[in-house]
Ligand binder design. Structure first.
Ligand code: ZN
Length: 61
């Protein structure tokens, strides 16, 4: 396991969408990028998943 595997936000390069842990739409690991916060994912150009609504979810820091 690498350091980035511990980050809670999963962004998918192929769809440009990011998810919180446990979202039912599990993409291929090779297409995923991890971010510590939703802000980081937004800054990288990703949009929030409409299914798991990561912007309404506050991770326990
Ligand atoms: Zn999702």
């Amino acid at each position: 396991m690498t350091e980035t595997d511990d980050l809670p936000i999963t962004a998918v390069r192929t769809t440009a969408i990011f998810c919180r842990p446990g979202c039912s739409g599990r993409p291929l690991v090779k297409n995923c990028v991890r971010y510590a916060t939703t802000r980081d994912a937004l800054a990288a150009g990703y949009r929030a998943c409409l299914r798991c609504r990561p912007l309404e979810w506050v991770p326990a820091a």
